[in-house]
Design a protein around this ligand. Structure first.
Ligand SMILES: Cc1ncc(C[n+]2csc(CCOP(=O)(O)OP(=O)(O)O)c2C)c(N)n1
Ligand SMILES: [Mg+2]
Length: 581
């Protein structure tokens, strides 16, 4: 006979998951107690369930294993919602386990609000942002549901699942081997069926016939672990790549024909490359308007588009594509690699190199240095394989534009959810999952959202360097207000404030420092990276002058970014026909 809460932990260990992130509460106490029994399983207690959820997301993103977060019923469970959504939109396989009141005090269909204390129907709440969510109502279901939830989170397009386990079920005992299993059930067999594609010849023909190919990388490349195979294929033919936010770390900046970030805040050279291509091979990207701009009819208007995605619902969903291939990216690359190509892109490579030389990410078209971008590129100089976690705001876009990623370096963004407060707790999960040093980059707004997790850095002496790019305002929205709200700074400068972050870090018992003079940054960075101790570095930026440049304005084609370059110069850079107006 096995206690159910023990079985849950044994199940995780069998999947080689040996860390669980969470926060205690009565309804989850049996599971916590079980963790204590297993020497090779470790509980990582955060200060807030949102922190634990993001930590499990970071753990999953760097290990590929399912990150697990546990919380108690009611407020514990609802505090997990933002990380659950983040994992859903960015396809991160995670398992959320919540405690629930005893089945005999659960309301089920009764027309009352609540029976048990802290009773909350978390399953209904998270249904739209999970791949699967279930409350286990009977001991006999536990094995089936746990196996099924885990399988679904890792299968096909990955994502979060939630299993809600009532207290009376957690504490029951049963013979697990006699319970119904999901693996090898008919339902499992149905899901295992593979869709095979025979469109590959079309892809090969297009690649051979094109003169200006570009490969657009999205988050799907990393999710299918295709980076190594992809790079070796790209290097054979020297095919230029561009990336979306989520594809930033798929291929490092060390690859000569990496043409950078595209889209709304893309590098100018990246958008020029994409706009002038004649063939775009899209690997694991949704092609949402952050990448294409809002003027869809002008987007890469002379290019044939081939989109490869594991989720067939994403194919051609945002923009019309010419060839849709429903496949995992790794399988696709391996198939393409088995075919010999006759590609010659020499002229195109000269053009894209010229774009990159003309427009640096750290210098504006007015030839002025873009200080925030320079800071990011400086930080990269001190990094090798550190993981970088990034919050949401202007600083996020500076990182996306100017962090010079190295091979094997991972960069974690909260992409689809765009959740402020992501960088610090995801850094905790990332370092615990990888044993690597982590650099967290946040704004003054985002760092305040989960600042309580600094306590974990001290408690565990985690090797995390937090850089706060402190412009003393909610810069990203402030920039938006400058453009569209007549510089009325409601909530971003007005009635917004920031405490002394260096003093706060000190109060948490952490090393901390201010960098006020950017001219000293090399000396400071050398010192910062000479140790592995946790530290918060507050970099003071000008309050209102910080902006993200270049930026795509509504209804402009991707090649024509703000601040605008003269029409004549732009036209001279275009290979395809420039737009009239
Ligand atoms: C949880 C959450 N609330 C609100 C927003 C909206 N939002 C996006 S960026 C941003 C400003 C971020 O400010 P800060 O962290 O200081 O970074 P900065 O833009 O100044 O670099 C806000 C409020 C969000 N993305 N997430
Ligand atoms: Mg700010």
């Amino acid at each position: 006979m096995t206690k159910i809460s023990d079985y849950v932990i044994e199940f995780l260990l069998e999947k080689e998951i040996n860390k669980v992130f969470g926060y205690i509460g009565g309804a989850i106490a049996h599971l916590y107690h079980s963790i204590e029994k297993y020497e090779n399983m470790e509980m990582v207690n955060c200060i807030h369930e949102q922190g634990a959820g993001f930590a499990s997301e970071g753990y999953s993103r760097v290990t590929g294993k399912s990150g697990v977060a546990m919380a108690t019923s009611g407020p514990g469970a609802t505090n997990l919602i933002t990380p659950i959504g983040s994992c859903f939109f960015d396809s991160v396989p995670t398992l959320f386990i919540t405690g629930q009141v005893n089945t005999y005090e659960y309301k089920y269909d009764k027309p009352v609000r609540q029976i048990g204390f802290q009773e909350t129907d978390i399953v209904s709440i998270v249904k739209p942002i999970t791949k699967y969510a279930v409350m286990v109502n009977d001991i006999s279901e536990i094995r089936y549901e746990l196996e099924k939830a885990y399988y679904i989170s890792q299968h096909g397009r990955k994502g979060p699942v939630l299993v809600d386990i009532p207290m009376d079920i957690q504490r029951s005992e049963t013979d697990i081997s006699k319970l119904k299993s999901f693996i090898n059930s008919d339902e499992h067999k149905e899901l295992e069926k593979k869709v095979l594609d025979n469109q590959i010849e079309d892809v090969i023909k297009s690649l051979n016939n094109s003169k200006r190919t570009v490969v657009l990388l999205g988050g799907g490349v990393k999710l299918s672990n295709a980076q190594v195979e992809l790079l070796s294929w790209l290097k054979v033919y020297n095919i230029p790549i561009v990336y979306s936010l989520m594809g930033k770390d798929a291929i490092s900046e060390e690859y000569k024909y990496n043409m950078g970030l595209i889209g709304a805040y893309g590098n100018r050279y990246g958008n020029l490359t994409l706009a002038n291509s004649d063939l775009i091979l899209v690997l694991g990207s949704r092609l949402d308007t952050r990448q294409t701009g809002t003027s869809l009819e002008t987007f890469a208007r002379e290019a044939k588009i081939i989109q490869v995605d594991i989720d067939k619902n994403e194919l051609g969903s945002k923009i019309k594509v010419d060839v849709e291939i429903n496949s995992n990216i790794l399988d696709f690359i391996n198939t393409v690699k088995s075919k010999k190509l006759t590609i010659n892109l020499d002229d195109w490579l000269k053009t894209v190199q010229m774009y990159k030389n003309e427009f640096s990410s750290t210098v504006g078209i007015d030839k002025n240095i873009k200080i925030p971008n320079l800071i990011i590129s400086k930080i990269s100089e001190y990094l090798t394989d550190e993981i970088v976690t990034v919050d949401v705001g202007q600083h996020q876009m500076w990182v996306a534009q100017s962090l010079n990623t190295k091979e094997k370096q991972q960069v974690l963004f909260s992409g689809g959810m765009g959740a402020m407060g992501f960088a610090l707790p995801s850094a905790i999960g990332a370092t615990i999952g990888s044993s690597k040093r982590v650099v967290a980059i946040a704004g003054d707004g985002g760092i305040q959202m989960n600042i309580q997790e600094l306590e974990i850095l001290k408690r565990r002496q985690l090797p995390i360097k937090i850089f706060v790019l402190n412009n003393q305002n909610l810069g990203m929205v402030r920039q938006f207000q400058e453009l569209y709200f007549d510089k009325k700074y409601s909530g971003t400068i007005d009635d917004y404030s920031v405490p002394d972050l260096v003093e706060i870090a000190k109060a948490y018992g952490l090393a901390s420092r201010n960098i006020n003079d950017i001219n000293n940054i090399d000396k400071e960075l050398q010192d910062i990276f000479s140790t592995n101790k946790p530290e918060l570095i507050n970099i003071t930026l000008d309050k209102t002058m910080t902006s993200v440049e270049p930026k795509l304005i509504v209804n402009k084609p991707i090649e024509d970014m703000h601040p605008f370059i003269e029409k004549e110069r732009l036209n001279s850079l275009m290979i395809i026909k420039p737009l009239e107006k």
